[in-house]
Design a protein around this ligand. Structure first.
Ligand SMILES: C[C@H](NC(=O)[C@@H](N)CCCCN)C(=O)O
Length: 550
């Protein structure tokens, strides 16, 4: 008897479903960091100092970590299915984003709501005592309301993240699942790069600064994300109609099934590796530009010159798109000559991108190469995992690269502070290697989860991993800041006593110890990776096996 073909057996339809999910995540990742590149403007336009800015940014993880929203999101996903949760997460993201937009809009200034926020939310019983409150006495009203919006958005975006991962498992299990997840993550990284470039662009458009324009740009993208999820809803419904809704209805999810996840040793190892590895990446990303400013001497191009203008930003972004597109197309051709051509274009694009970054003499443009390499090679590595396996080995190798990079930033880069080109060259090579590590680990980690837990609890499994990961993402930016202050007492005192200006202080920090701390996270991740490989061998978890069934 021949098996009835379904939508997912058609490669074009399967990849179209992925495109909808990945585009929604692309838009979400843009909003996630929308204010990060305009910290200076938030200070000058809305009076947010570093504490207000950092507290608002940290609010993203608050409901997920401390009110366990992510755990509920996982249960909702396993009970209600992918299409319902996709719509719900798209709606929640949009509501949070609109609140954040209103908080920074001109209309909020002088409103009754502003007065209310100024006088309230100064003390949150329980959370204040533990030092985890997302508000504090004296926090600007706009930052408080933006924090409320951002914590709602944070619930939506993490819910969307686990939904998209489960959706990819649904459409790609037994097929090119790692390539699909790698491609989705590549688009997400492109989203981060897009945000870094276009958020300041919109804020300063037309020569007049308006920070709410950047957030409005993000809100429009989240409307597009919701549309993507609505279109996906109908595809998913059709697939379920064809498969008899096998995955989500035949064996309904029960809360006690979560116990099965927690009793899996492999699951705990992957969750631990995830929190250790990502804590050394995402929190570092928040400080990396400043770390480069402290370790390199820049000579900015003359005001009004080509290198100082906006045109070069647009050109760099176009090059980024070309590199991303050629690297992606590389996965879908088997013709050797075409592969060589695509690879050559990618490499030339990357070199030109780096050269332009060097000529602009700014830490932001040098660090911009970090997501670019991940955009290019995550899908390629995903394809390797699909066809050759070796996920556990790749997790170990990615951790080794992470350790090497953080130690290079800590001990080698400072030696080249006075060399005009040497420091930039070392920074580029190290950032590129870190980008390779940031491709190796995600490309092998996320597609391994379906091998460790039952299909019907996969949503809860991703949610639990994200929850554990979010604890690290909340904790480590704080720890980096604290270690930085404690190991730079001179800078802190000079700033307090007005011996140096905030601008001088900002580029005077020694980053050695925060970087050593991040390298230690890499060492811990490597040890977990070694244990995982051993457990995989003994218990036959299949992590080293290819995903594609022959
Ligand atoms: C797929 C994975 N996503 C995550 O880890 C999310 N929890 C997003 C965290 C973003 C924090 N700003 C990834 O992006 O590799």
């Amino acid at each position: 008897m021949t098996e009835k073909l379904t939508l997912r057996d058609n490669a074009a339809v399967r990849w179209a479903a992925l495109l909808l999910l990945a585009l929604a995540m692309f838009c979400s990742y843009i909003f996630m960091d929308i204010l990060s590149p305009i910290k200076d403007l938030m200070q000058s336009e809305r009076g947010w100092d570093s504490l207000a800015f950092g507290t608002m940014q940290g609010s993203e993880t608050f409901l997920n970590v401390f009110v366990f929203f992510l755990i509920f999101a996982g249960i909702i996903l396993d009970k209600m299915g992918v299409r319902f949760t996709a719509l719900l997460s798209g709606g929640v993201m949009l509501i949070g984003a609109v609140i954040k937009w209103y908080a920074v809009a001109e209309g909020f200034k002088g409103s009754g709501l502003e007065a209310w926020f100024t006088n309230n939310l100064n003390y949150i019983p329980g959370f204040d005592e533990l030092g985890i409150s997302p508000f504090y006495q004296g926090m600007p009203a706009s930052a408080k309301l933006a924090a409320v919006g951002f914590m709602i958005f944070g619930c939506g975006v993490e819910m969307a993240g686990i939904t998209v991962s489960r959706g990819i498992v649904k459409w790609f299990k037994g097929r090119e699942i790692a390539l699909a997840m790698g491609s989705e993550m590549a688009l997400a990284r492109l989203g981060v790069a897009t945000c870094m470039i276009f958020s300041p662009f919109f804020a300063k458009l037309g020569g007049q600064v308006d920070v709410s324009r950047s957030v409005a740009f993000g809100v429009v993208l989240l409307m597009i994300a919701l549309i993507m999820f609505i279109v996906y809803f109908f595809m998913d419904k059709k697939l379920d109609a064809q498969t008899g809704e096998a995955e989500e209805k035949d064996e309904p999810f029960k809360i006690k099934d979560i116990g099965k996840i927690l009793s899996s040793g492999g699951f705990w190892l992957v969750a631990l590796l995830c929190v250790l590895y990502y804590s050394a990446i995402f929190p570092f990303q928040k400080y990396a530009v400043n770390m480069l400013q402290c370790n390199l001497s820049f000579t900015p191009p003359a005001e009004g010159s080509f290198w100082a203008g906006n045109t070069v930003t647009i050109i760099q972004y176009c090059i980024m798109l070309v590199v991303a597109a050629t690297a992606f197309a590389f996965n879908f051709t088997s013709k050797k000559s075409l592969k060589t051509l695509l690879l050559t274009i990618s490499v030339i694009g990357l070199v030109v991108f780096c050269y332009m970054g060097y000529m602009r003499q700014s830490a932001e443009t040098i660090f911009a190469v970090f997501p670019l390499l991940a955009v290019g090679i995550t899908p390629i590595l995903g394809k390797v995992v699909d066809n050759k396996g070796k996920a556990a080995s790749m997790l170990m190798f990615g951790s080794i690269l992470l350790i090497v990079c953080h130690l290079t930033f800590a001990f080698i880069l400072p030696l080249f502070k006075d060399s005009a080109i040497g420091g930039v060259l070392i920074a580029y090579v190290t950032i590129l290697i870190l980008g390779a590590s940031f491709s190796l680990v995600p490309a092998s980690l996320w597609p391994s989860v379906p091998k460790l837990v039952d299909q019907k609890v996969i949503g809860s499994a991703y949610a639990l991993i994200f929850w554990i990961q979010n604890i690290g993402l909340w904790l480590f930016p704080l720890l980096i800041g604290k270690v930085l202050d404690n190991t730079n007492p001179q800078v802190v005192n000079d700033l307090k006593n007005h011996v140096i200006t905030p601008e001088q202080a900002a580029v005077s920090y020694n980053y050695t110890w925060p970087l050593v701390m991040l390298a230690c996270l890499g060492v811990a991740a490597l040890i977990i990776g070694i244990i995982l490989k051993r457990v995989d061998k003994v218990k036959g978890l299949g992590l080293e096996l290819p995903n594609v069934q022959q």
